[in-house]
Write a protein that binds this ligand. Structure first.
Ligand SMILES: [Zn+2]
Length: 68
């Protein structure tokens, strides 16, 4: 288990760097229907065990870590 990232005073995860090798792009065309609008969105794992989407710059979007 890797170390958990820090948490901001607002309760959000302070980490914005995706875990290397975990980035994955959603293929909405393959899923079809309601998944179509998610097409092209990228997700990656965070060390806090969440899996937020990525910004255009390849950083993790603001997310809250799971409750203990
Ligand atoms: Zn996190």
């Amino acid at each position: 288990m890797s170390e958990k990232p820090a948490i901001t005073p607002g309760g959000y995860c302070a980490n914005t760097t995706p875990v290397p090798g975990t980035t994955e792009q959603v293929n909405g065309h393959a899923l079809g229907g309601k998944f179509f609008k998610m097409h092209g969105r990228r997700y990656a794992d965070c060390p806090c065990s969440r899996r937020p989407s990525l910004t255009d710059r390849g950083k993790l979007r603001r997310h809250k870590p799971p409750e203990e």
